[in-house]
Structures are given as C-alpha cells and as structure tokens.
Design a protein around this ligand. Sequence first.
Ligand code: SF4
Length: 352
Amino acid sequence: MNVIKLIDKLYQENSLAKNEIIYILNNIKNAEIDYLCEKAVITRKKYYDNKVFIRGLIEFTNYCKNDCYYCGIRRSNRNISRYRLNLDEIMSCVDLGYKLGYKTFVLQGGEDNYFTDDKIIEIVKSIKNKYNDCAITLSIGEKSYDSYKKFFDAGADRYLLRHETATKDHYEKLHPKNLKLSNRINCLKNLKDIGYQVGAGFMIDSPYQSNENLAEDLIFIKELNPEMVGIGPFISHHDTIFKDEPTGSLEKSIIILALTRLLLPSALIPATTALGTINPKGREAGLNAGCNVVMPNLSPTNVRSKYALYDNKICTGDEAAECRKCIEKRINMAGYILDTSRGDNINWNRPL
Ligand code: SF4
C-alpha cells in the first residue's frame, strides 16, 4: 500500500476499507498530510464553495445525570458550580444572536431531568415562533424515540449526539456501566429515522484510543452517513480520572478531519473550540482540512466558565459580539467567507 495512492482512491471514491484507513494513520508523513488536506479542501469547495457557516451556541444547563469519565460537568464532580438558564435567559441569548446575524441556535446541555420534554418543547417553540427563519439544533443527549419525535415536531431541525467511540470496549473504558454504546447508536439511528440532520462525532487521542479505534469511528460514520460530524482533540479536565492524560494532537485531529471530509463530502464539519484551545490557530487549521462550520458561544459570560467539559476552554470571557467579530476575522484570514444563512446540509430536506 501507498499513502498517496490511498488518498487518491479516497478522493475519487469517498470510501476506504478499515485496513486502508489504518495504513494511512500508521504511515502518513508531513507532505502527505498537506496533500490530504488539499484534497479535503477541494472537496468541501465542490459542495459549499468557500462558505463557513456560523452557529450560535447556548449552553443552557451544566447539570448532568451521567458520569462520563472524561467530562468536567459529570454528575460526581462536586467542585463546579451548577447553573440552568430559564426561558427568558435563553431567549435573551437568541435575541442577541439574531441581531448579530445568527440563523442557527445550538441548545446544548448535560442530560438534565429538570428540562422535561415539555420544557424543551416550550423552548423550541418559543424560538421558532419568534424567528421562523432560524434552525434549531439540540444537543441534550440520549432520549427515547418519542421524545426526539416530539422535539422534531415542535420545530427542532438538527440533533448533535457524539458517539465518542464506535468500539465497544473502548466505549466501556470511557463511560460507566449504565451507558451503553448500543443505546447511543440506537439513538443516532432513531434521530436519522425521524428526519433530523444528525451529528455524530468523537474525540481524537482520548485515553486508550488506538488507530484501529479511529478507523472504526470513520467506518461507523461512513455507514451512518450523518449530516454533521463533530470531531475535536481530547483535552483533560482536572476533576476527572483522566486529569493527567495528554492532550490530543493537532496533527492527528487535522488528519481525521480531512479523512472525514473525503468520506462524507457534503457533511457539515465544525472547526471546534477544542481545536482552538489546543492551538491558537487550531480552528484555522481545521478550516484548511475541510471544516466548514464554526460555533461561537452565545451563552451569558457569567456562566461560560461553568460549562467546562475540559480545562482552559477559550473564549469564556468574551462578549458574544466580540466572538462574532473575532471568528469572522479568522475565517477571512484563512481565505473563507462567513455565511450567515441557516447552513443546512445540502442533501437534507425537512420531511413533510
Ligand atoms: S459527556 Fe455529556 S452526558 Fe457525559 S457527563 Fe458530560 S455532559 Fe453528561
């Protein structure tokens, strides 16, 4: 096998076998990474030109009933101060975001039972009634088919649920026993079935992760065919058992992002905040590896640092207007244009 030949094959066919992906991950060198990124950028331009879509992130609760071992807001962390935004506070974030040109709002939180289905529906409907030209993305974890369906019928368009790793024993090393990979995959399939634009995703260099695990993640997303894929480097949180684990590498993140672009050419792929946290130019590097989305924070600044999934998260003190300006400048400097439309996946139509 030869890395360049495999990249060419992937570019032409948008598909590779698991052993071919592992071969690339084990053998790719600097010049080949540049070549891979070049192909990823050509591919994203074919589908989305040089547009980068912008999403306003509202982290509305940091309560969570789960205890994922890597997560700073997991249930058993007693050292963080918990908060919930009420409907008025959420709407203030949306109002501000709308004024700044956002047409997608991502409502993200831990799995917080306080927010019953009815409360989520009320939030979704309140946003849609006021701004019906906007898309709503939910990122609130594992729910039943019926709950997902109710949120969709209320107007939610997209749902982010990272699978974190597609390998069962790796999943079990990152999560307590009550959390099952099979359930997570089932949730993703239900979301697809209902008609959401679905986002799966995973961390790079999470504890115990091998190149084989990463290849399985890529094969998994190829099969699931999500409309969005969130990928970011692992960054430890000081109040977790993984506190001393090394930070994920920018280089490997870039390789996986570019491979993802070539496997799923029309996907919406964010240049994540985690990328910007491990390197000041990390998000720009993501854009140059095929990413086409950014998600600046719209949460009130007084709660931002409390939504700490990992340590040293950037942009926790910046006002929303500043984040918006800063991100636009970065996008332009990287040679792209910020696009303020809803930014749906071009292959998605809301089912009637
Ligand atoms: S990763 Fe998500 S589900 Fe797991 S503890 Fe953190 S917020 Fe909760």
